[in-house]
Design a protein around this ligand. Structure first.
Ligand code: PMP
Length: 359
């Protein structure tokens, strides 16, 4: 790098960006990839072929248009969008989280979320120059009612994020506490249902009761992580405001066509999710018999497990070809913890034996 470029970076790129770490994606080539809560199942061969034919017909010379509208309609139907509500699309829910920070960036605005939680809530605040207020969960990963209500009263947040179920703790939170938080929040409350396909509950039926609540979802865990489609539902007037900061054409023609195709074959994905829920139960049963490993209930396609030496176990599993996520340094409440994504039956067998051998 030349001295000139060095100087441009030092003086023109934001200081906080210079000292940030980029979002790290682990190299997973040749590994059993159980680090990012992806659906491990591919589409059946016949459907892959049909998808290829559909994509071949897409006019990639044109900007995205009508088919994105079709996708919004298909998602509204798929999600049973309540009356009076609308839906907007993001390039993954990650983009929706960034757009919300942008839309709510009034002087002094704050984003509040329980921690440990999904890192993008804090990152969106930091990048947009908003203050992030983390509120610790209780040691059993429940919302700390008093701490949350006190922090809301003190900081008057523009946005409160509640992941339902949470990442990486994989649990749903107490509904009575959520209700109190929703009633106390002076700004927006976003219920993030990224793990809906594996969850025993949804907030959807409660959405229409609260005008300031947004429900965020994604097709990533459904089985389309590579397609990058997130969506957010809420009162029509509120969605209309947030939608103004969305870059034009944020959803590609190929992505929208692939998502439409997937929604036409919803049953295939529902079957895959059912298989993963059954696999989750099996992995949990085995973990419960492993001496030295403590695990928690899960309403998502991940399981948190505490081991005596997480770095050694992580490396040992990696050496045996299994990639999981070491979250032990993310937050003091996660000391000793690894996050395991639920895979196929075969992957889980290998993951469990790698774990056992690496404890
Ligand atoms: N919300 C939560 C709680 C997540 O864990 C994730 C991804 N792991 C996301 C949102 C983002 O999902 P995507 O951008 O793939 O839609």
């Amino acid at each position: 790098m030349s001295a000139r470029l060095d100087q441009i970076i030092a003086t023109r790129i934001r200081q906080d960006v210079q000292s940030m770490h980029a979002y790290a994606v682990q190299d997973s080539r040749g590994m059993i990839k159980l680090d990012a809560m992806e659906n491990p199942h591919r589409l059946p061969a016949q459907l892959r072929k049909e998808l290829g034919e559909r994509l071949a017909e897409v006019a990639i010379n044109r900007y995205p248009g009508d088919r994105v509208g079709d996708l919004k309609q298909a998602l509204a139907k798929h999600a049973k969008l309540p009356a009076g509500c609308d839906l907007m699309l993001g390039n993954g829910s990650d983009e929706l989280i960034s757009l919300l920070a942008m839309a709510c960036d009034v002087p002094g605005a704050t984003i509040l979320a329980p921690v440990p939680g999904f890192v993008m809530y804090a990152m969106s605040a930091q990048l947009q120059g908003l203050k992030f207020v983390p509120v610790d969960l209780t040691p059993d990963f429940e919302l700390d009612e008093k701490a949350m209500l006190d922090a809301i009263a003190l900081h008057q947040p523009a946005i409160v994020y509640l992941a339902y179920p949470n990442n990486p703790t994989a649990n749903l939170w107490n509904d009575a506490i959520i209700e109190k938080i929703v009633l106390a929040a002076p700004g927006l409350v976003v219920i993030d249902e990224a793990y809906l396909p594996f969850s025993s509950k949804s907030y959807l039926d409660r959405l229409a009761r609260h005008e300031h609540v947004l429900l965020m979802r994604t097709l990533s865990k459904f089985g389309l992580a590579g397609v990058r489609i997130g969506y957010m539902m809420g009162r029509r007037e509120l969605i209309a405001q947030v939608d103004k900061v969305r870059p034009p054409y944020n959803i590609s023609v190929l992505n929208s066509e692939a998502a439409l195709f997937a929604l036409e074959h919803e049953d295939v994905f529902a079957q895959q999710a059912a298989d993963l829920r059954a696999q989750r139960a099996r992995v949990q049963d085995t973990l419960a018999t492993l001496p030295g490993a403590q695990s928690w209930p899960s309403d998502a396609n991940m399981i948190l497990v505490r081991v005596p030496d997480p770095a050694r176990t992580f490396e040992g599993m990696k050496a045996r070809g299994v990639l999981v996520k070491n979250v032990s340094k993310m937050h003091p409440l996660l000391a000793g913890c690894l996050r395991l994504t639920v895979g196929t039956a075969e992957e889980n067998t290998q993951m469990l034996s790698a774990l056992q051998a690496s404890l």
